[in-house]
Write a protein that binds this ligand. Structure first.
Ligand code: GAR
Length: 209
């Protein structure tokens, strides 16, 4: 990867993972630059956060476009910004196979559960309903299936007896804010190789936080 890895972020929402990634870049812990932020909602918090940090940010309007057409517009933005790595932070649309192929091995997602458990929507409620004692967060490469690609990093989070949806979500998201920048640093510096479903790192070890 280039000396400074250029990241393109795609989001549907609040943007708190983006904020923590930007803080890690700013403090020098993450050797990368966020080159562009894209969102499918005009009022996505991620767009506001990006602009606060002086980063190019675009609302990409999905209306009138099919999935491949929409992803084609996303890809144009990413190519124009010269991104090396595509980072999804709470992006709630399923990517087209064309997009996945084009950015294969360099599109990363975060999911709020220990995959392969609780793929899809509201992983917090799924974990509570199932009664697991441990859930967590997973950062993984994106493939054609939802919440499915090879795993880069996982962090467990205990489920407490008195947890509500909100309390569990808050603890998982706290874990995510540390885990995502750390996983990106590992991916950028760690010389990753994908062997079957396994991502192995020939370079640095992950720092446990
Ligand atoms: C995060 O908890 C992330 O794991 C989840 O959306 C939230 C985004 O928060 N992603 C998914 O559920 C994707 N399947 P943010 O906008 O504040 O970063």
């Amino acid at each position: 990867m280039a000396l400074t890895t250029r990241i393109g972020v795609i989001s549907s929402g609040r943007g708190e993972n983006l904020r923590h990634i930007l803080e890690s870049v700013r403090s020098g812990r993450l050797p990368a630059e966020v080159a562009v932020v894209l969102a499918d909602h005009p009022d996505a918090g991620a767009l506001r956060i990006a602009r606060d940090y002086g980063i190019e940010a675009h609302f990409v309007d999905p209306s009138g476009l099919d999935r491949a057409g929409y992803d084609g517009v996303l890809a144009e933005h990413l190519d124009r910004a010269g991104v090396d790595l595509v980072v999804l932070t709470g992006y709630m649309r399923v990517l087209s196979p064309e997009f996945v192929r084009r950015f294969r091995g360099r599109t990363i997602n975060i999911h709020p559960a220990l995959l392969p458990a609780f793929r899809g929507l509201d992983a917090f409620q799924q974990a509570l309903d199932y009664g697991v004692k441990v859930t967590g967060t997973t950062i993984h490469l994106v493939d054609e299936d939802v919440d499915h690609g090879p795993i880069i990093h996982q962090v467990p989070v205990e489920v407490r007896d008195d947890d509500t949806h909100e309390s569990l979500k808050a603890r998982i998201q706290e874990a995510e804010f540390r885990a995502y920048p750390e996983a990106l640093r590992l991916f950028i510096e760690g010389r990753p190789k994908v062997v079957g479903r396994r991502v192995v790192f020939e370079g640095r070890e992950v720092e446990r936080s």
